[in-house]
Design a protein. Sequence first.
Lengths: 120, 113
Amino acid sequence: QVQLVESGGGVVQPGRSLRLSCAASGFIFTTYGMHWVRQSPGKGLEWVAVIWYDGSEKYYADSVKGRFTISRDDSKSTLYLQMNSLRVEDTAIYYCARGGSETHGICSLWGQGTLVTVSS
Amino acid sequence: DTVMTQSPDSLAVSLGERATINCKSSQSVLYSSNNKNALSWYQQKPGQPPKLLIYWASTRESGVPDRFSGSGSGTDFTLTISSLQAEDVAIYYCHQYYTTPWTFGQGTKVEIK
């Protein structure tokens, strides 16, 4: 079954760290770029980060640059998002998404998301 | 950053009627190398993750009903639902992947009149 399953969300205090994971199955993980996209409660979508299929390129939204790090472990078909120096405004559902076969830019498959709440 | 502006913010359409959503980017998203527009559309129903509908501005994703179509080039794009069905009630987002940071529009909520 082709799917993405996120984990690692929870409640964390401002300034602390959290690592999200996204387990991929049912497709060849190493042939796809992977994204993180977030959605604050009741708000729209915000693209967060992307990593190329081979890990050679990584790009970030300005709002998380320098604080978040995207990475992948191809041996485990797993995507990660290390989130440091968390802020209240980072509160959101975090979705991982698979890139497209023609371009890294699209999000062709989405997970159900994991909720991160940053609060004191 | 490339700003994506959708209009309207919401619209109500009768079943079987046409729904049209516009998306304008603050800069062109047309790749000169392949003459394709790096613009996609997503549908998000309540309580669900988004779903890819259209990419390269007009290419329908596999399995997406043909009542959904995308058009436009450069900075102005349109998503059209030719005959609105009850299951199309959702929020629709445009997204540019021409230049990082990739950005989404604010979303357009489609309801039944």
